[in-house]
Ligand binder design. Structure first.
Ligand code: UDP
Ligand code: MG
Length: 322
């Protein structure tokens, strides 16, 4: 027997001090009888409350708990990546710190993994305690994404999922910085399956995803998994050219027969319309170029300020250059 734990639970936490202890208690209660060796990793994503001291306290009383503290807030997806990077377990479960995703369904995920599935994602059947706006935008976003992406990203799934050893190896090798994790995990393939659950209300605190972060997240998802926005630009270009060609013919014919009543109004309308469309399409190009720039800089995805066992390096090892 090696001392490799069977399961690592990775929990990104950004100002979640009031959720740490309940999370830990519920995880241990559910998983202790289920798995052969457990590891719990909290990633403190630059919190400004007592999250880090809470994590340190848990690590001090229970050596299954490890904590990593970022040098600043690098974002949810970076925190999850760091957790996967340092996890020692054979399988890894990703779960949010706020107990919206009930740890009680993890045993069901483990059973599916033992049955041979490499990725088991949790699919929401409903959400509680979230605003109508959040529910509506989320529903729209997942359906749009499902339609426009080449990989089959299942609807209504978050990052709450289990990954087996082969999926972890593949995931750790992915080099990109703009990480839309649920998309990447779908992209790697392997046998994948779902377990269904109801998303609960947050245990304590407020959402750490204000509208601004949600929008950025949605743009990352679209641009990393779809060229549709670029194709729309090409299509609009062709449509506008075809229309202008016909319109020019009409204007010329009218001119030839001596009618030229078209003037200021139509001129302004077409200039303003085309100007607007062009600016939007330059913006679309810009979204892709900004991400290319971000990738080629090859800055590390996160920096580690501290870790409870002192083993985690400040700069994460470079991902293989594929
Ligand atoms: N989170 C993080 N860094 C951030 C924002 C969020 O690590 O910059 C964590 C947060 O602590 C939580 C998870 O990501 O564990 C999901 O965030 P949240 O619950 O606020 O998102 P929501 O469920 O409202 O979409
Ligand atoms: Mg949440």
């Amino acid at each position: 027997m090696t001392d490799q734990p069977e399961l690592t639970v990775v929990i990104p936490a950004f100002n979640e001090e009031a959720n740490l202890r309940p999370m830990f208690d519920r995880l241990v209660a559910v998983l202790e009888p289920e798995v052969d060796g457990l590891e719990i990793i909290f990633i403190d994503d630059g919190s400004s409350d007592g999250t880090w001291s809470g994590i340190s306290d848990l690590a001090a009383i229970d050596d299954r708990v490890r904590g990593v503290r970022f040098a600043r807030n690098f974002g949810h997806q970076a925190a999850v990546t760091a957790g996967v990077d340092v996890a020692r377990g054979r399988a890894v479960v990703l779960i949010d710190a706020d107990l919206q995703d009930p740890p009680e369904i993890i045993p069901e995920m483990i059973n599916k993994w033992r049955d041979g599935f490499e990725v088991v994602f949790a699919q929401r059947e409903g959400r509680e305690g979230e605003t109508l706006f959040k529910k509506a935008t989320a529903a729209l976003f997942y359906r749009l994404l499902h339609r426009v992406t080449e990989v089959d990203i299942p609807v209504d799934t978050g990052d709450f999922r289990l990954m087996g050893p082969r999926a972890l190896e593949a995931f750790r090798a992915l080099p990109e910085r703009n990480r839309f994790i649920r998309g990447l995990v779908s992209w790697i393939g392997f046998p994948q399956t779902a377990v269904r659950y109801r998303r609960e209300a947050r245990h304590a605190g407020d959402t750490k995803y204000p509208f601004r972060k949600m929008l950025r997240f949605a743009l990352d998802a679209l641009t990393s998994f779809s060229f549709l926005p670029l194709r729309v630009a090409t299509f609009l270009g062709f449509a506008a050219s075809a229309f202008s060609f016909l319109y020019i013919l009409v204007v010329l014919v009218l001119k030839a027969v001596g009618i030229s009543w078209l003037g200021y109004t139509s001129l302004m309308a077409s200039i303003l319309f085309l100007g607007g469309v062009q600016l939007i399409m330059i913006g679309v190009l810009g979204e892709y170029i900004a991400r290319i720039f971000d990738e080629v800089k090859r800055r590390p995805l996160y920096l580690v300020g501290d870790s409870t066992d002192g083993t985690v390096q400040v700069v994460p090892p470079d991902r293989p250059n594929l």
